[in-house]
Design a protein around this ligand. Structure first.
Ligand SMILES: Cc1ncc(COP(=O)(O)O)c(C=O)c1O
Length: 387
């Protein structure tokens, strides 16, 4: 039956990412009998650590696992806070930690809780595309700005000063998606202090903390340098718990109550089983560091083999599990390039246009979060395909 015109979706249902659209194309390739190797997703191929599984099993027998406080269970908030002193020597009051529905949920709360409709939040290109869509859905103006390959696509103060008009916020990520590049502690301090001075709300996405390979760029947290910085983090990547949908934020004290109220009003609380599991995941670093060692091996295999196939220009990948390669000399358009690689080599990578609407057509992101066997096999296929 035809739908009456007034029953229509709101304007907020934003368009799916290019990578999502290619995913359905990959299903067609699979239907023709080719096993596609998916290098377009940033998802660990491992599950939650053992300690997490045991704790959740016990808790599901011994407790109701009902609603929790909107900001999360106290034990988890305390454990997350303690981890900042263990890893970064920064004392954080557990009251400043709010547990969320992944980093995605944290980002939505940060946007809704800090900015009013029409305010301007700057995003250095390339960026994780979810931010852009979240902002436009919530009526915030997303101000994209250029960074440079020389600075590994991380923002410098000069880049921010070059933005036209005032901005109210800035989102950064280190290690970054799609590049895997990092901001040094000194640069992070500079950015945090600059933003505080200029009354620009800094949101530091630290979701890839823990997945860092080189001692050259040590990991630093935004809360070390300014109490006004909002930190967003998650159990999806280092903790290998993507589908558990759990993350957290560290907030200035005066934002805890309004942001917890928003969490309560929007979704009551984050899932209790995931919170119990996350509490125990924090103490499974030995197991989780073994995953990081395999990401590092995967990265090194890619760094060794890809340049010989023409993928020889990318920002330094010091963390996360991505390589963001310049491909303009191979193809004018990275979406078409990814389609050809999918159809002809059975390997799916993510075209850069999702991460950078302005120059992403010249880049492709490879994820090496998968198994070592898949990475080798994908590289063999790409090598044959490139001839
Ligand atoms: C930089 C970045 N931030 C946030 C997210 C969202 O993560 P979550 O699963 O915690 O919602 C992702 C997911 O890939 C990401 O790459």
């Amino acid at each position: 039956m035809a739908t009456a015109a007034k029953f229509r979706p709101s304007h907020r249902g934003s368009s799916p990412s290019v990578a999502e659209q290619l995913q359905s194309r990959a299903r067609q390739v699979e239907a023709r009998g080719t096993r596609v190797i998916y290098l377009h997703v940033g998802q660990p191929s491992t599950g939650a650590p053992d300690g997490t599984l045991q704790a959740v099993e016990a808790a599901s027998r011994n407790s109701t696992l009902g609603y929790t406080p909107a900001a999360g269970i106290d034990a988890l908030r305390e454990r997350i806070a303690r981890q900042y002193s263990e890893l970064h020597e920064v004392a954080i009051d557990p009251e400043r930690v709010v547990v969320t529905l992944g980093a995605s949920g944290a980002m939505i709360l940060a946007i809704v809780g800090c900015f009013d409709e029409g305010q301007r939040v700057a995003l250095p290109q390339p960026f994780y595309y979810g931010y852009r869509y979240a902002m436009s859905t919530l009526g915030i103006e997303c101000v994209r700005f250029e960074t440079s390959m020389e600075n590994h696509f991380q923002p410098r103060i000069a880049d921010i000063e070059a933005i036209e008009g005032d901005i109210d916020g800035l989102v950064i990520a280190s290690p970054n998606n799609p590049t895997g590049s990092m901001i040094t502690p000194a640069e992070l301090r500079e950015l945090a202090e600059y933003c505080e001075r200029r009354e620009i709300r800094l949101i530091s996405d630290e979701i890839y903390h823990g997945i860092v390979f080189d001692d050259e760029v040590p990991e630093a947290t935004g809360v070390a340098f300014s109490d006004e910085t909002i930190v967003v983090n998650s159990f999806s990547k280092y903790y290998s718990m993507a589908g558990w949908r759990l993350g957290w934020m560290v907030l200035p004290e005066y934002l805890v109550e309004p942001i917890s109220n928003l969490a309560h009003n929007l979704y009551l609380c984050a899932p209790a089983p995931a919170q119990v599991g996350a509490l125990h995941a924090i103490d499974c670093r030995d197991e989780l560091d073994r995953h990081v060692a395999s990401y590092r091996k995967n990265r090194d295999v890619m760094l060794k083999r890809l340049p010989g196939m023409g993928f020889d220009r990318f920002p330094a990948p010091h963390g996360a599990f991505y390589l963001y390669c310049h491909v303009k000399h191979m193809h004018e358009d990275s979406v078409d390039f990814c389609i050809e690689m999918l159809e002809e080599a059975g390997v799916l990578a993510a075209p850069g246009s999702d991460f950078c609407p302005d120059s992403g057509q010249h880049f492709v992101r490879f994820s090496y979060a998968g198994s070592a066997e898949d990475i080798e096999e994908a590289l063999d296929r790409i090598e044959r395909w490139r001839g």
